[in-house]
Every structure is written in structure tokens, then in C-alpha cells.
Write a protein that binds this ligand. Structure first.
Ligand SMILES: Cc1cc2nc3c(=O)[nH]c(=O)nc-3n(C[C@H](O)[C@H](O)[C@H](O)COP(=O)(O)OP(=O)(O)OC[C@H]3O[C@@H](n4cnc5c(N)ncnc54)[C@H](O)[C@@H]3O)c2cc1C
Ligand SMILES: NC(=O)c1ccc[n+]([C@@H]2O[C@H](COP(=O)([O-])OP(=O)(O)OC[C@H]3O[C@@H](n4cnc5c(N)ncnc54)[C@H](OP(=O)(O)O)[C@@H]3O)[C@@H](O)[C@H]2O)c1
Ligand SMILES: Cc1cc2nc3c(=O)[nH]c(=O)nc-3n(C[C@H](O)[C@H](O)[C@H](O)COP(=O)(O)O)c2cc1C
Length: 560
């Protein structure tokens, strides 16, 4: 079809092109034919405009999306970078190229900031035939529902008729390398975007494993004094090569109590020494039940699968494996192995780091409150807190660092206000140590609260000493149960509203840590009230002021 000269030129071009350039050329030509568009200079990417939306809770997706946006801009692509909570949903059907970077939180849920978008695409049926998309899913392989939110978004967009540019990429907590490689692929594909096929198969690339550290308990002390209703421990862990920043947390996969594992094995008459293959590793049944699989408070989905195995009707409820086996027994040890197959991994728990490397090199400190609950008049304890508070000195265990780029100290000269009742104090001990060690010039104001002054003033001596040295500028405390009426940190915030507002006006950053509800919500309401009252604003204006603080990274929270 081509004359000799053209054929020779084409052959030369092919011979001198790399594999990647050939793919680009092929897509470029396909696009040209499909769109009937005039040829553009080959130096320009075929796609010149795209939207990069991120859904984040602790900032990883945002950080990646921002890096990608600047890379894409350098490649000549115009990028609209947006958080999913700011994204105008009515724009979605008009989009042509749409990249989503989204993490998973809770139990397989989207981050709160992505919930509106997630619900919208799942509740709406409007076709997205114009849309070409790719999803980068951040998650953690230790969770049973790994990267579930990203998976759901990827599947749903395709169901709505959008074309997948690239297979879904899932990333574990060490996501940097894989995420960058994914984006390189995206950029290459954008050069050949028109050649994408609708319904490309999902191929999961193998994830890198996360970086685990080996920690050894240096000390494990109950901070709660005599008469306290709580048991809050200060735990010091040695890990010589550990690296983190104030505001980060550690992730721990707790072990199940030995007596429960033994009771389960005895009940089903199984040997703990038998070896099974689990995640490409040979492991004894005992270790599998002790260290890997969740056997307490099984989720309803697992109970449902159990019911199918024992062929019984079981009400949909959460229950421990031991009780399940007692009420709905398996036939024998072989039958029990089927049950092992449906058990999910133990979910990691996060703990805010309460130390700074500047003050304690090679160490991680934690503030852990023993979780207790009551079922049928019997007190139970949370799995991980019970495991941690009982770890003796010199015990070693694995952990990993969960980075949180949305909870970070500002420049040294900026003032900070820290509000952290109960274990919410933990990251602020880290903040204060860091600022003290580095001689930061900004002022530091701490609000702390707990049940009783006598027994629950966590880190009282340290806090008083920081006040004396000036490392802490101000401290306000609220002991909720030392008087007939409850007094909480937000009451102190309101009582000091004028100074609080002055600090805000002078550029202070506010940090909030501790229980998400109701504390986190009530404190935020109090901050709005202070801004309204002392800034002479309407409620709407005060809320706008707070939104602005959030946008500027001057109001950060880490609540759980
Ligand atoms: C970013 C972040 C930072 C955090 N920082 C800290 C910190 O610094 N300090 C701290 O102490 N915590 C912190 N947490 C909370 C911590 O991760 C855990 O959620 C908490 O310690 C409880 O864990 P657990 O394993 O002991 O309890 P779990 O075993 O997970 O139990 C939690 C709850 O589930 C229910 N439950 C569990 N088992 C049963 C059962 N058999 N029957 C009925 N109900 C049951 C109970 O309501 C119980 O209270 C943080 C969380 C996050 C996300
Ligand atoms: N099961 C739950 O619903 C729940 C909720 C939060 C924390 N926890 C768990 O409880 C353990 C201990 O938590 P913690 O020590 O960090 O703190 P905490 O138990 O939440 O209590 C710290 C202080 O905050 C006060 N507080 C209670 N409600 C508040 C509100 N609405 N606003 C402001 N302050 C409020 C408490 O007062 P009073 O206790 O006197 O009211 C107490 O003085 C952790 O294991 C955590 O996981 C469980
Ligand atoms: C409280 C909590 C719950 C989580 N739940 C899941 C989960 O169910 N599945 C998963 O794959 N990852 C889960 N993760 C891991 C996060 O998705 C992972 O840390 C990710 O890098 C966070 O990205 P972000 O900072 O953009 O939110 C969870 C993390 C936290 C803190």
C-alpha cells in the first residue's frame, strides 16, 4: 500500500524506535484514525488535559497525587488536581481523562473525604461513556479488605461505561516505588490514550512488602494512679534503625491469647504442630491461630461462611471463634481445617508515637489505654491493648510505621495549640519533645483532659517541667470527674476563647487528637463557637474561617 520511499522511511523510524516509542506511535495513529483529528506535533502528548482526584485520610494519597500532578505538568499535560471532597460530582460525566488515587480506611471503607464521591458513583446510574480512567489504590495487606475502596471505585466506573486506561494498581504501605511506576505507565498510556480498549482485564501487580521493624520493650509502665478507673500505659520500645516523624503512628498486629488458641485446639481435637501453607509460607496450626488469624469477635461475613461449612443456620452476629465452635461444633480436625480457610488475618491496630527521635534516638514510645467493654455482665479487653500492656520487658515484636503527612508540625517559628484528652496526649508529647530538642521559637499551648487529677494526669511531671523551662507556653487541663458537672477540654477552650482566637489570628496551627466521637466533634464545635464569638462572626462565617484553616493545614486532627 505504501510506496517504496514511504515504506523505507517507516522502516527506518521503526528500527530507530524503542519499544515504548513504538507503543506510543501505534496509539497515536489509532487515535488519529478514530478521531479523524488533524495530526499534531509528535512531541505533544495525545492527551493534554486530565483530572487527578485523591481521596485521603492521612495524607498519603494527597502527597502522591500532588507529586503526579507536577510530573504530568512537566510532560505538558494540563492537570486539575482535586480532593474528592471538593470535586463537583456533576463534572464527572463531562470528564475525559480521570485519575483517582484513593486509600481504604475503617473496615474496607473509603476515607471520609471520599465518601460523597464513592456514594455518588454507587447510587447513580448515569453513563460515563466519555470517561477514560485509572485508579491507584492505597491500602495495607494486613487488613482483610485490602484496597477495597479503590477496587470498588475501579469496578464501578467501568460498570458505568468508563474505559479503564490501566489495570487497577494496589499498593501496600510502602507504596512509593509502585505508585511512581504506575504513574509512569499512566503518562506513557496518555500518549497512546485513544487506543485503550473498553473493559481491559484487571491484572494485579505484585505488591512490595511493607517495611517491618523489630522492636524490643524497654519499659512498660502503668501511668494511671491508684484508684483510677483506667489503665493507661507508657511503653518504651527500642528499635535501633527506626525512622519516623512526630505525628506518625505505629502499626501492630497483636497476637491472640495463648489460652484461647489452646482451648480452640483442644475443643476440635486438632494438633497445633501440623504445618499448613499460609500466604506462601509454611506455618504450624498453632502459630497460625496465635499470630496470623483473627479468632476473636469474628465479622458477620466470616460467621456466615462458618454457617455454610457446618451447614447450620446461625444468626448474623459477631462472635468469638471459641464460642462459635462450642455452639455449632465441627465434626473433626479435618472439618476444622476448612474453618481455618475462612478466617481473616488479624487486623493491625495503630498507636500514635509519643516520642521524638530528636529526644530518643532509636526508640518509639507509646501511650496505650487498655480497652474494656462489657458483654453479658462480663468485662472483656480489647485484643491489642491487652496484648501490649502485658508485654514484659525485653520482649520483641514487629511493627511498622504509618506515616501521616496530614498531622505534622509547622515551621519552627509558628505557634501551635494542641488539644489532646486521654491518649490524645501521645502525639503532643512527641511534638513538644521535638520542638524542645530543636529549640523551635514558636509558642506551644496544650489542652489536656482525663477523668481525675489525682490518678489520670498523664505525664504530669513532664508537663510541669516543660512549663517551667518554657518548652510549653501554656497548659489548660480539664478533669471530667473531679466535680459534679463534667468538665471537658472544650469547656477550657471556650473559657480561654479570647486568647485562643488571638493565637489563631497570629497564625497559630491547631491540632486535635483522641477519640473521634463525641470528643472530636464537640471540640470542633467549640472552636467554631470561639471563632464566632471572639471574631465577631456569624456561624457561617466562623465555619468558613475554620474551613480556611483546614485548607491552609492550620487545623489538623488525628482522631480514632
Ligand atoms: C491513627 C490512630 C492512632 C491511635 N492512637 C492510639 C493511642 O495512641 N493510644 C491508644 O490507646 N489507642 C490509639 N488508637 C486506637 C487503637 O488503634 C485501637 O483501636 C484501640 O487501642 C483498641 O484496640 P484493641 O485491639 O485493644 O481493641 P479491639 O479488640 O479492637 O476492640 C475494640 C472494641 O470492639 C468491641 N469488641 C472487641 N471484642 C469484642 C468481643 N469479644 N465482644 C464484644 N465486643 C467486642 C468493643 O467495643 C471494643 O471496645 C489509635 C487509632 C488510630 C486509628
Ligand atoms: N468505646 C468507645 O466508644 C470509645 C470511645 C473513645 C475511646 N475509647 C477507647 O477508650 C480508651 C481510652 O480512651 P482515652 O483514654 O484516650 O480517652 P477517653 O476515655 O476518651 O477519655 C479522656 C477524657 O475525655 C473525656 N471525654 C468524654 N467525652 C468527651 C467529650 N465529648 N468531649 C471532650 N472530652 C470528653 C473523658 O471524660 P469522661 O470519661 O468522664 O466522660 C475523659 O476525661 C481507648 O482504648 C479508646 O480506644 C472507646
Ligand atoms: C484506621 C485505619 C483503617 C484502615 N483500614 C484499611 C482497610 O480496611 N484496608 C486496607 O487495605 N487498608 C486499610 N488501611 C491502610 C490505609 O489505607 C493505608 O495506610 C494508606 O496508605 C492510607 O492512605 P491515606 O493517607 O491517603 O489515607 C487503614 C488505615 C487506618 C489508619
Amino acid at each position: 500500500m505504501l510506496g517504496d520511499t514511504k515504506l523505507k522511511t517507516l522502516q527506518e523510524l521503526i528500527d530507530n524506535s524503542t519499544q515504548e516509542e513504538l507503543i506510543w506511535i501505534s496509539g497515536y495513529l489509532a487515535g488519529l484514525l478514530r478521531n479523524g483529528a488533524p495530526a499534531e506535533p509528535a512531541t505533544k502528548p495525545a492527551v493534554q488535559k486530565l483530572t487527578l482526584a485523591f481521596g485521603t485520610d492521612t495524607g498519603n494519597s494527597k502527597k502522591l497525587a500532588s507529586t503526579f500532578a507536577s510530573k504530568a505538568k512537566k510532560s505538558g499535560v494540563h492537570v486539575k488536581l482535586q480532593s474528592l471532597d471538593q470535586y463537583r460530582l456533576s463534572d464527572l460525566p463531562k470528564e475525559e481523562y480521570f485519575l483517582v488515587v484513593i486509600s481504604t480506611h475503617g473496615e474496607g471503607e473509603p476515607p471520609a473525604a471520599a465518601k460523597k464521591f464513592y456514594d455518588y458513583i454507587h447510587e447513580n446510574t448515569a453513563r460515563l461513556d466519555k470517561l477514560n480512567y485509572a485508579v491507584l489504590a492505597l491500602g495495607d495487606t494486613s487488613y482483610p479488605l485490602y484496597c477495597k475502596a479503590g477496587e470498588d471505585v475501579d469496578v464501578r466506573l467501568q460498570t458505568l461505561g468508563a474505559a479503564r486506561l490501566l489495570p487497577l494498581q494496589k499498593c501496600d504501605t510502602d507504596f512509593e516505588t509502585e505508585a511512581s511506576a504506575w504513574f509512569e505507565d499512566v503518562l506513557k498510556t496518555l500518549g497512546t490514550a485513544p487506543s485503550t480498549t473498553r473493559s481491559a482485564p484487571v491484572v494485579h501487580k505484585k505488591s512490595h512488602h511493607k517495611r517491618n521493624y523489630l522492636g524490643t520493650i524497654l519499659s512498660n509502665v502503668n501511668l494511671s494512679g491508684r484508684g483510677s478507673e483506667k489503665q493507661t500505659h507508657h511503653i518504651e520500645i527500642e528499635a535501633s534503625d527506626v525512622d519516623y516523624q512526630p505525628g506518625d503512628s505505629i502499626g501492630i498486629v497483636p497476637e491472640n491469647p495463648s489460652e484461647i488458641v489452646e482451648a480452640v485446639l483442644q475443643l476440635v481435637n486438632a494438633s497445633g504442630n501440623k504445618k499448613l501453607l499460609y500466604r506462601e509460607e509454611e506455618i504450624t496450626v498453632y502459630d497460625l491461630l496465635k499470630k496470623k488469624l483473627n479468632i476473636v469477635y469474628l465479622p458477620e461475613r466470616v460467621v456466615k461462611q462458618y454457617a455454610a461449612i457446618v451447614m447450620q443456620e446461625i444468626p448474623s452476629t459477631r462472635i468469638d471463634l471459641l464460642n462459635l465452635l462450642k455452639i455449632y461444633p465441627v465434626k473433626d480436625a479435618a472439618h476444622f481445617e476448612e474453618v481455618i480457610g475462612i478466617l481473616e488475618p488479624i487486623t493491625p491496630r495503630l498507636y500514635s508515637i509519643a516520642s521524638s527521635l530528636a529526644a530518643h534516638s532509636g526508640e518509639v514510645h507509646l501511650t496505650v489505654a487498655l480497652d474494656h467493654f462489657t458483654v453479658n455482665d462480663e468485662v472483656g479487653h480489647g485484643l491489642c491493648t491487652n496484648y501490649l500492656v502485658n508485654l514484659p520487658e525485653h520482649t520483641s515484636f514487629e511493627f511498622y510505621i504509618h506515616k501521616n503527612s496530614e498531622f505534622k508540625l509547622p515551621q519552627a517559628s509558628k505557634d501551635i495549640i494542641m488539644i489532646g484528652p486521654g491518649t490524645g496526649i501521645a502525639p503532643f508529647r512527641s511534638f513538644i519533645e521535638e520542638r524542645d530538642a530543636s529549640g523551635a521559637s514558636g509558642r506551644n499551648w496544650l489542652f489536656f483532659g482525663d477523668q481525675h487529677f489525682q490518678s489520670d494526669f498523664l505525664y504530669q511531671t513532664e508537663i510541669q517541667s516543660y512549663l517551667q523551662t518554657g518548652a510549653l507556653t501554656r497548659v489548660d487541663v480539664a478533669f471530667s470527674r473531679d466535680q459534679p458537672e463534667k468538665v471537658y477540654v472544650q469547656h477550657k477552650v471556650r473559657a480561654k476563647g479570647q486568647e485562643f482566637y488571638q493565637w489563631l489570628e497570629a497564625g497559630a496551627c491547631v491540632y486535635l487528637c483522641g477519640a473521634k466521637e463525641p470528643m472530636g466533634v464537640d471540640v470542633e464545635d467549640a472552636v467554631v463557637q470561639v471563632i464566632r464569638e471572639f471574631g465577631n462572626k456569624t456561624t457561617e462565617q466562623a465555619q468558613g474561617y475554620l474551613s480556611q484553616l483546614k485548607e491552609e493545614g492550620r487545623y489538623q486532627k488525628d482522631v480514632y
